[in-house]
Design a protein around this ligand. Structure first.
Ligand SMILES: [Zn+2]
Ligand SMILES: [Zn+2]
Length: 205
């Protein structure tokens, strides 16, 4: 059994190396450690070891940006992991990654630190609000607000004001961020909210 296990691991490692050679995925552990320090009082570390493992998915996780899950192996050992979707997140700005990782870390914190059964309940909302008010780099949301689609969009448009991203099949000249126009300009179109278009990279499979 052990042999099979290590072969599987080896195969995975080879694949991971292949990926990192052909494209640049942000290493997630340093980001996890930073967010844990800034927003979770280091509570997701135990004696210097993360209480939850974090990794990128392979090419498959296309309909969700991230998941948190508990698992038990055949020896009955429990472990938790956060998986971040490579297909969904790799072409989006870093704030989408921060937001997703933070979202899943709140689930881990509720499960491992608070030890309560909760999905997006009061503890989740309270911690999310604290994180969102503590910084302006990214916003944690209950539902991920960036594009998740089986049809690959050609363009990603980012609002220069709130930094949210939207997917577009084509460039829409002068399209502005509706929520920022509403929030800051009384619902009128304003140059400061005009979306910036970047091609959605589609070189990888
Ligand atoms: Zn969630
Ligand atoms: Zn905006």
């Amino acid at each position: 059994m052990f042999v099979i296990d290590s072969q599987t691991e080896c195969y995975r490692n080879n694949k991971a190396n292949e990926f990192s050679a052909s494209m640049s995925l942000i290493p997630v552990l340093p980001l996890f450690l930073k967010l844990n320090r800034q927003h979770f009082h280091n509570s997701l570390l135990e004696k210097g070891v993360p209480r939850v493992s974090v990794r990128w998915s392979d090419g498959r996780m296309r309909t969700t940006a991230g998941i948190y899950r508990r698992k038990t192996n055949f020896l009955g050992v429990k472990a938790s992991e956060i998986i971040l979707s490579r297909p969904v997140l790799e072409n989006l700005p870093q704030k989408a990654l921060n937001s997703t990782l933070c979202h899943e870390m709140i689930h881990a914190w509720i499960d491992l630190v608070l030890k309560v059964e909760e999905a997006h309940g009061p503890n989740f909302h309270q911690r999310m609000a604290e994180i969102n008010s503590a910084q302006t780099d990214f916003q944690v949301t209950v539902r991920h607000s960036f594009p998740i689609s089986n049809r690959i969009p050609k363009w990603v448009a980012t609002c220069p004001s709130c930094k949210r991203s939207f997917s577009y099949r084509r460039i829409v000249k002068g399209a502005a961020c509706r929520s920022c126009c509403n929030n800051y300009f009384g619902g009128r179109w304003d140059q400061k909210c005009v979306l910036e278009f970047q091609p959605f990279s589609r070189t990888k499979k």
